[in-house]
Design a protein around this ligand. Structure first.
Ligand SMILES: [Zn+2]
Ligand SMILES: [Zn+2]
Length: 547
């Protein structure tokens, strides 16, 4: 942003250099984008009066792209202060309010945006009716503001109602119906309902390709969101392929630094990272981080999300110290900007706790996981997958410090909830049972541990197949505990597995972590898994016990 005092730095409207003009944030770059806020305000007022068209409050006359950043906010505030004293139903006031809400949203001020949208929605519903285009657009925007505040349930309910009305009244292919269906699919995505989101997005995409064409921005956005749903279900290769196609078109059509292009690049980097291609992912994430810092500023939510995702890739690459440092910075910034209870902040805290555990800083990890657990229970409820994962990770931190009794208590609770909520044969339930068995064995409660592990193994063999890595880990644990109990391993387990390299792996908690990434509408959940290799610390501890 340092423009120095060169002769070039004059306002494109009045040609004065003092006071220094600011960037417009549209597609006009460098000196072509420099203007005074006051000069833009005057121009917008004049054009609005002469042509009766309000769009110059948010659109650049030269490039016809929207303003962003300080220029966008400044104009939105100026327009609002001009009309705010008019009656509640004045069309100009409603437009200015909607515009200010969008501007606040783009600055990450979601609560303020949501409050304005609620007011506008009440008036529009009364004046224009629930089925009017403008009302529906406002429903979609309000739902998005709610989602970004972590109020996903309220957003989803609002969108389901809107969609039902639209399908009945205007049919499935109406642009407004498509828009609200897209918003609902995104809301499902945010809540981790990936399969349902995928199904909606595939339907939506088929209609969009037919009605709007393959390169239409909405088609691209939908493709990108579908890829995110695939990522959520660990279908990384298919997601990567889709994201590469979208990115190529975006770069060509919108330019390399457009927010949507950057959002697509970051989603692609996540899919690449998830497949273990860390070096490529890290390179892409560093590029996007630099671009976002330049375009949005270092403390914008999207910039921070990128930094957290980069930290995750560094962590998986084995660069734990750099990851930890970056995660601490991100967490501090998120606490400042969004508050300690925002879902993004909680996720960042959880990710940091995992890095700490991996570096055997178990006491600090425990402390952080406890805080995260309290917040997740409050915000997501005790039965949400992320809450249970956090409980699992807390149990692991306790176990690693020899606090067996509390770990066992937590493992039992998690197992009971999983069994009830997901069913006895769900892989997560089986993994929770394995964790509990592992915890019992650490305390020398071999009889119960072996009994549990046998049941888990039988189910896993049936559900996952005999070759699955979870089965091998279970066989290995069982063999070891039988040995430790002073028995000989039974015939059926002999020769299935080598030495005890995976010892204690059953205690590995899974960690699905969502770090949000979004463009205008798209968002992705970075699933961060705590896989078997994440628990070396504990594996070592149990080896020591054995020898
Ligand atoms: Zn000027
Ligand atoms: Zn422009």
């Amino acid at each position: 942003m340092a423009q120095g005092g060169s002769d070039e730095d004059v306002c494109l409207i009045c040609h004065e250099a003092s006071p220094p003009p600011i960037q417009s944030g549209c597609a006009c770059r460098g000196s072509a984008g420099l203007a005074h806020l006051g000069c833009r305000v005057t121009a917008a007022q004049t054009l609005a009066q002469r042509k009766g068209d309000a769009q110059w409050w948010w659109t650049c006359q030269t490039c016809e792209q929207g303003f962003t950043g300080a220029m966008c906010m400044g104009l939105a505030n100026a327009w609002w202060s001009e009309v705010r004293d008019r009656g509640a139903e004045d069309p100009g006031r409603l437009s200015a309010a909607g515009n200010l809400a969008s501007s606040l949203f783009s600055q990450g001020r979601y609560a303020e945006a949501g409050n304005m949208q609620r007011e506008v929605l009440a008036v529009l519903t009364r004046v224009l009716g629930a089925e009017h285009h403008n009302t529906l657009v406002t429903v979609g925007n309000l739902a998005l503001s709610l989602s970004y505040q972590g109020k996903h349930a309220e957003a989803e309910e609002m969108l389901r109602e809107g969609l039902a009305v639209m399908r009945r009244v205007r049919g499935a292919e109406d642009p407004d119906t498509l828009a609200i269906a897209g918003n609902l699919a995104n809301s499902l995505l945010s809540r981790g309902k990936y399969a349902e989101a995928e199904e909606m997005q595939r339907e939506l995409l088929a209609v969009m390709k037919r009605v709007r064409g393959v390169e239409h921005p909405d088609t691209l956005t939908t493709t990108g969101n579908l890829a995110s749903s695939l990522t959520g279900q660990e279908k990384y290769a298919e997601a990567e392929k889709m994201e590469r196609e979208v990115l190529a078109v975006m770069k060509r059509v919108r330019g390399a630094e457009h927010p949507d292009t950057l959002a697509t690049a970051i989603n692609l980097a996540l899919s690449v990272s998830r497949q273990g291609k860390y070096e490529e992912a890290i390179r892409m994430q560093r590029e996007v981080l630099a671009a976002r810092t330049r375009v949005l500023g270092a403390e914008h939510r999207e910039t921070l999300a990128t930094a957290d995702n980069l930290a995750s890739s560094l962590f998986y690459q084995g660069n734990c110290a750099e990851a930890e440092e970056m995660q601490r910075e991100v967490l501090a910034a998120l606490q400042r900007v969004l508050g300690a209870e925002h879902p993004d902040t909680v996720t960042a805290a959880s990710n940091l706790a995992i890095s700490l555990a991996d570096q055997e800083k178990h006491a600090e990890a425990e402390e952080m996981q406890r805080k995260v657990l309290v917040l997740r229970k409050q915000v997501l409820g005790a039965e949400h997958r992320d809450t249970l994962t956090t409980a699992d990770n807390l149990a692991l931190a306790l176990l690693c410090q020899g606090k067996h009794a509390e770990a066992e208590k937590i493992d039992r609770e998690v197992f009971a909830v999983m069994k009830r909520v997901r069913g006895a044969e769900h892989p997560d339930t089986l993994s929770a049972a394995g964790n509990l068995a592992s915890c019992l064995s650490r305390q020398g409660k071999y009889a119960e541990a072996i009994q549990m592990q046998r049941e888990v193994l039988a189910t896993q063999k049936r559900v996952l197949g005999a070759e699955h890595s979870d089965v091998l880990i279970a066989v290995n644990n069982l063999e070891r505990w039988l040995f430790e109990q002073g028995e000989h391993a039974e015939e059926e387990f002999k020769g299935s597995v080598g030495a005890e390299r995976q010892a204690g792996a059953g205690a590995a908690a899974k960690e699905p972590e969502a770090q949000l990434e979004e463009g205008e509408e798209s968002e992705v959940h970075a699933t961060r898994k705590r896989a078997a290799e994440g628990s070396h610390a504990c594996a070592d501890a149990s080896k020591r016990t054995k020898q």
